[in-house]
Write a protein that binds this ligand. Structure first.
Ligand code: G1P
Ligand code: ZN
Length: 544
């Protein structure tokens, strides 16, 4: 077996976004495209020689081909060993778990998360460092810099590795171990939560749950954890077979795309609890009987009830949320007398805080919740956490939320997404918001006065690194907020996100519909951005 040096030319579009490099499958299938990016990763890593990598993906179209290429390139780069998920499959949180558990040098995760898959769908790749978390910006910047000047990549000439066979293989001098994708992760869940109490919840025969794996990566994990280890009846997990194109669906657990589950939970014979996860298993949606739990609220409820789970019984070091996430968690943190950090969008900004022991729980409004047990958000972890809370409190999801709001007040919250907007129009909207923001302070809109308006920037309290341009914020004197930002994960045109939040202390008004409660602020957001006039869109594509 020999190492081949392949001449190549740089691609100019390999800048990693919010979560790695995401492109259409066709882009990745161009000659040298994937190879260039992988070589750029290896060039950016200092001395991986002899070290161990973790490798796996969400099983989407092109996963297997990509794994074979990466294995041969890792062998050429001199890595000592690669741990690969069975059939090339690992959920993102399971990959993070493995990197930490086996003290790996890092890992490569193949996923475009919640974006559709299949030959015409999306593909993605990202690098995680030895803490198990997404590479910080200094690493992704270095990868990008290498990608712009690549002249060669290196690949071992060898046969493909049988990804469907558990066990040990050799690729040149590099060892490969194909490992069970589920076991280590499921064991970690058992160590964090009260499985005995949850098992009793299911054996009581009155509690019913549905979990929608959306034909994505969590199927095998969910069957094992819910139906085998926790004793939920067979059939609790729906769409549990991972498919390369996610059955043609859009594997994003929200009210729009997880409609099959939503219809069940809002139907006549509704189960007590519903949950779903996304393409790569890091997102979650939580539903009660005819009740939707806003992800920002879910984070706040988990924080307020964390002591009920064995892994968190001694309390939380602190919490963190991304800037556009609602401030519901801030109120819980205040009551618990712990710190609450506000970071830019994207999980990579939580890593340093967790590594330094400053925070235990983190979350984003985009259906992402997690803790320092790994360094990724973790969909199934959130679902099991909720089961633990339900098992101990013996109340319905809705009752738990209503009690929570009565105690802390309610942060009404919504996000309006305008997808596939012409990139220039979207950039222009953001540029105008940026120009106008200085003039907004002190202005009155309806009954509300603007307290501040800025472009969010963040200085990491651990390493001092600074991130600017993270979204335009408009804060009102009564605590309401509007945030505008452009998505960093889309692959078609631009996606403009408008986040709207208002605080309501009066429990007599907590039962209102969210869109009604926020209607005035949504109108203000539309007015300030001019989104309707500039895009010709009268409605957002997705409302969460
Ligand atoms: C989106 C979410 C963000 C999340 C990311 C990866 O990024 O908004 O919270 O971390 O996906 O799952 P965006 O497209 O907004 O850049
Ligand atoms: Zn995801």
């Amino acid at each position: 077996m020999s190492i081949r040096t392949v001449p190549t030319q740089p691609f100019d579009d390999q800048k990693p976004g919010t979560s790695g490099l995401r492109k259409k499958v066709g882009t990745f299938q161009q000659p040298h495209y994937l190879e260039n990016f992988v070589q750029a990763i290896f060039n950016a890593l200092e001395n991986g020689k002899g070290k161990t990598l973790v490798l796996g993906g969400d099983g989407r179209f092109y996963n297997r081909e990509a794994i074979q290429i990466i294995l041969k390139m890792a062998a050429a780069a001199g890595f000592g060993k690669v741990l690969v998920g069975h059939n090339g499959i690992l959920s993102t949180p399971a990959a993070s778990c493995l990197i930490r558990k086996y003290a790996a040098f890092g890992g490569i995760i193949l996923s475009a998360s919640h974006n559709p898959g299949g030959p015409h769908g999306d593909f993605g790749i990202k690098y995680n460092t030895d803490n198990g978390g997404p590479a910080p910006e200094k690493v992704t910047d270095a990868i990008y810099a290498y990608s712009r000047h690549l002249q060669h990549y290196y690949i071992l000439e060898a046969d493909d590795v049988p990804l469907d066979t558990l066990g040990h293989f050799q690729l040149g001098k590099m060892a490969i171990e194909i490992i069970d994708s589920v076991n280590d992760y499921a064991e970690m869940m058992e160590s964090l939560f009260d499985f005995t109490a949850i098992r009793q919840l299911f054996t009581g025969n009155t509690f019913r749950m549905r979990f929608d794996a959306m034909h994505a990566v969590t199927g095998p994990y969910a069957h094992d954890i819910f139906e085998k280890r926790l004793g939920a009846p067979a059939g609790t997990v729906m769409n549990g077979t991972p498919l390369e194109d996610f059955g043609g669906g859009h594997p994003d657990p929200n009210l729009t795309y997880a409609h099959e589950l939503v219809e069940m939970l809002f139907g006549a014979q509704a189960p007590d609890f519903g949950a779903a996860s996304d393409g790569d298993g890091d997102r979650n949606m939580i539903l009660g009987k005819r009740f939707f739990v806003n992800p920002s609220d879910s984070l706040a409820v988990i924080a307020a009830n964390a002591h009920l789970a064995p892994g968190y019984q001694y309390g939380l070091a602190g919490v963190a949320r991304s800037m556009p996430t609602s401030m519901a968690i801030d109120r819980v943190a205040h009551a618990l007398n712990i710190d609450c950090y506000e970071t830019p969008t994207g999980w990579k900004f939580f890593g340093n805080l967790m590594d330094a022991g400053r925070v235990t729980l983190c979350g984003e409004e985009s259906f992402g919740t997690g803790s320092s047990h790994v360094r990724e958000k973790d969909g199934l972890w959130a679902v099991v956490f909720w089961l633990n809370i339900l098992a101990v409190r013996q109340q319905s999801v809705e009752d738990i939320l209503r009690e929570h709001w009565t105690r802390y007040g309610r942060n009404f919250y919504t996000r309006h997404d305008y997808e596939s907007v012409d990139s220039n129009i979207a950039k222009n909207i953001m540029a105008q918001l940026h120009d106008n923001m200085v003039t907004l302070a002190g202005k009155t809109f309806g009954a509300r006065r603007v307290a501040y308006s800025d472009d969010f920037s963040y200085t990491d309290p651990i390493d001092g690194s600074k991130s600017t341009g993270q979204g335009i914020r408009i804060g009102f004197e009564d605590g309401a907020r509007i945030v505008f930002r452009l998505s960093g994960t889309g692959t078609e045109g631009a996606t403009l996100r408008i986040y709207v939040e208002a605080y309501e202390a009066d429990s007599a008004r907590h039962a209102q519909d969210t869109q009604d409660a926020l209607a005035e602020l949504i109108g203000i957001a539309n007015q300030i951005s001019g989104i309707r006039e500039k895009t010709g869109r009268m409605e957002p594509t997705v409302i969460t």
